[in-house]
Every structure is written in structure tokens, then in C-alpha cells.
Design a protein around this ligand. Structure first.
Ligand code: AMP
Length: 400
């Protein structure tokens, strides 16, 4: 007993040192956190931040998210944790069923389970079953399985040969539900639902919310938490984010230093007011940087002219407010600078989403004063990503 406590304390100490707070605050066990560190998952993705605590509480989930969003780990981790607390179910009575459209996804999801179950104190058997291969080996392997990842057709075949039973299922996951419906599995899915116990947790993931997915949602989900991860949030990983800690009076010189020193050719600078946009653009021009402000107080013609010059490279810097920037769509914008932070995290994501477009990486820089620090922490927490902060107090800004 003492040995186990000691081991656990060691693990807790290890992950506290290595993981940022955000993963440790989701309610996952030290064993899982240790594997997360080994997998080099530095921070939870937005879907994981939202889904993991809710699933651990037993809530149903509707996750609108694509591959690449980290959706698999968002349900695999809490499911493993819940299973560790339950006693093993009867032989051939699986307790978690994950329905997927294809053999590839079945293998992939099962691999993620295997990644996280190795090293757990209680053994947990998982299996992927799918059509197009011989059924016999799958029937044999189903002995003692707790987590079954299956394509609908093959699952029904295995059920009719009594190789597996669904009467003890506590958690149902539908992954890529839209694809499953597009592939024509609607009837099979309904049949499977009818074989499940009424009381269970349901997790539905889909890249899109079609009419058919909505129908499934109505049938199986009970007061779900809806998590929508749009493309913009997914794209964040492509963006190199940086923040500079700076005193208020050095903000202007630091902006000019960064633009000149890094020879930035096309920069979108954000301010929080029209007045500030003008002041910043004026100061840039006085210091020899080709810049213009665009905002609602300028005529349509003046705005269009500035935008065209910016697009063609005649103007290096455009200073804009959030409202104005919504209309700016440039294929590859290499730099976005937040001279002032936006009020909402959503606007922050929208702003930095101007860069790193079309699969190209871009850079988003934020200038952070003492009074912005707390707000910037909230933005990062909402985004699910921590930004490297550079202290600029010893930068020589003379002449900028
Ligand atoms: P998925 O959307 O579930 O297919 O996951 C996409 C990829 O992201 C997979 O290769 C995962 O291993 C990886 N991944 C998932 N969560 C994280 C995380 N928090 N940090 C880094 N990589 C992750």
C-alpha cells in the first residue's frame, strides 16, 4: 500500500513539473496524465478542454469537429478513466461501443485506446472489428473485450452469431456519424440502437450537422453538451503565436522595431479604436514605414484604395479595428500584430486566423502590457493554447 502511494506521489510530482495546468485541471488520473506527457501532448486541444470534464461527469455530448481536432483523445481519455472505476463486465458483454464508418478509422481509434491503456494498473482489453476480412479470428478475440470499436455491418454479423452482446453497454460513441450515414449505414445503426440498454451515456461526433445527423441527435442524445470546433479553431496549430511583454510607453517603438528589424512586408495591425488606428498609422509613416489605417470613419473609396495597395505590396502595414478586418480576406497574410488585445477570445482567434491561411503557417504577435496580462491569460485558456511570452524590457528601442 505504502509502495503504491509512493509511486502515485512520484507520478503526481512528475506531471506537475512537466504539464501545463490546463491538462492537469481536467480531472484525469495521474496514470493517464503520465501517458499524456509521454505522448508529448503539451496542451489540451479546444475540444478536449470542453469534452473531457463533461464526459467524466456522465454528460451526453454532441461534438461537431473534424479529424485533426483531437476528437479521438477527447473521448478515449475519459472513457478509459471511467472504465477503471467499473468492475469488469461479463464475458462477451462489452461496456463501451464505438461505431465508426470505416475499417481505417476503426484501427485508428483502437490504436489510440491502446496507446493509453498500456501502463494502467487495471488491464483493459480493446478490439477493432470491421468487414472485408475473415470473421472467425474476430469472434475468438472478442473474449474479455471491454471496449469494442466496430463498423456497423460487421458488428451486426457478430451479434447474430452471439460472439458479442450489447446489453451491458454503458457508453456509446458514434464517430464520424455524418460519414456513417453517407455510406448508407442508417438502417444498421437503428438496429444497433434497438439492442442497447436505455440507460447509457451517448457521445456523438460529426464533422457536419446534416439533417440526418440531427435526427440521430434527437433519437439518442439526452440534454447534450454541444461542442462546435470550427475550422478557425482547428487552424490555430498552424499559427506561430508570440507575445511581447512591454510597458505602455514603449509599445509604439516596439511595434516599429519588430516591423523594421524583422523586415515584415505585409502586416495587419489591430487596435481597439478608430482613434488609435489613426495614431498608430501616423506614427508608422513618420518613421518611414508605408502604412495606412482603415476604419469606418474613412470613405469606401479610401478603404478600397488602402486595401488594394496593401494587397499589391505598395503598402506594408494596414492598421485596422476588428470590425473593418472582417472584410479583409488575403490568401496568405504572414503577420498579424495585436497592438491592443480584443475584448473577446473569439475575436482574438478570428484576428490571428487572418494569418496561416490556406495551410500556410503565419505569425501572430501580441503586445502585452501589465494591465493586459490577466485578460491575455483568459484568452489563452479559452483557446486551449499557451503563447510564448518574451520580455522586451531590455530591447534597445532607441531610434524607433
Ligand atoms: P484526431 O482529430 O483525434 O484524429 O487527432 C489528430 C491528431 O492530433 C492525432 O495524431 C493525435 O495524436 C494528435 N493529438 C490529439 N490531441 C493532442 C494534443 N492535446 N496535443 C498534441 N497532439 C494531439
Amino acid at each position: 500500500m505504502k509502495m503504491i502511494t509512493f509511486k502515485l506521489l512520484n507520478i503526481i510530482f512528475y506531471f506537475k513539473k512537466t504539464l501545463p495546468m490546463s491538462f492537469t485541471s481536467l480531472g484525469l488520473s495521474p496514470y493517464l496524465l503520465k501517458i499524456i506527457v509521454e505522448q508529448k501532448y503539451e496542451q489540451p486541444y479546444p475540444i478536449q478542454l470542453k469534452a473531457i470534464p463533461a464526459i467524466l461527469k456522465g454528460k451526453d455530448i454532441l461534438g461537431i469537429a473534424q479529424t485533426g481536432s483531437g476528437k479521438t483523445a477527447s473521448y478515449v481519455l475519459p472513457i478509459i478513466q471511467q472504465l477503471q472505476k467499473q468492475s469488469a463486465s461479463k464475458n462477451r458483454h462489452v461496456s463501451t461501443l464505438i461505431l465508426v464508418p470505416t475499417r481505417e478509422l476503426a484501427i485508428q481509434v483502437n490504436d489510440v485506446f491502446n496507446l493509453f491503456v498500456n501502463g494502467l494498473p487495471e488491464k483493459l482489453k480493446t478490439l477493432a472489428v470491421y468487414g472485408g476480412v475473415s470473421i472467425n479470428p474476430q469472434m475468438i478475440k472478442l473474449q474479455g473485450v471491454e471496449v469494442l470499436v466496430a463498423t456497423p455491418g460487421r458488428l451486426l454479423e457478430l451479434i447474430s452469431s452471439k460472439a458479442v452482446h450489447l446489453t451491458d453497454v454503458k457508453t456509446l460513441v458514434l464517430d464520424e456519424a455524418d460519414k456513417m450515414l453517407n455510406l448508407g449505414f442508417k438502417e444498421e445503426m437503428s438496429k444497433i440502437f434497438s439492442l442497447l440498454p436505455k440507460k447509457r451515456q451517448n457521445l456523438l461526433f460529426s464533422a457536419t450537422l446534416s439533417e440526418d445527423v440531427n435526427t440521430i441527435k434527437e433519437i439518442i442524445l439526452n440534454n447534450p453538451l454541444i461542442i462546435k470546433i470550427d475550422g478557425e479553431e482547428n487552424k490555430i496549430d498552424l499559427i506561430n503565436q508570440l507575445a511581447y511583454f512591454v510597458s505602455a510607453e514603449r509599445k509604439g517603438p516596439l511595434l516599429r522595431y519588430l516591423i523594421k528589424h524583422h523586415k515584415m512586408q505585409q502586416v495587419l495591425v489591430f487596435t481597439s479604436s478608430v482613434f488609435k488606428a489613426d495614431v498608430v498609422a501616423d506614427k508608422l509613416r513618420i518613421n518611414g514605414i508605408k502604412a495606412s489605417a482603415i476604419h469606418s470613419k474613412k470613405s469606401q473609396g479610401a478603404r478600397e484604395e488602402a486595401l488594394n495597395k496593401f494587397k499589391s505590396g505598395k503598402l506594408n502595414v494596414l492598421v485596422a479595428t476588428d470590425l473593418m478586418a472582417r472584410g479583409i480576406d488575403i490568401k496568405f497574410l504572414p503577420h498579424v500584430i495585436n497592438y491592443e488585445l480584443p475584448r473577446s477570445p473569439k475575436d482574438y482567434i478570428h484576428r490571428i486566423g487572418r494569418t496561416g491561411r490556406a495551410e500556410s503557417s503565419g505569425e501572430a504577435i501580441s503586445l502585452i502590457c501589465e494591465e493586459d496580462q490577466h485578460h491575455f491569460k483568459i484568452i489563452q485558456k479559452k483557446m486551449g493554447k499557451w503563447v510564448t511570452m518574451i520580455d522586451s524590457s531590455d530591447f534597445d528601442l532607441k531610434g524607433y
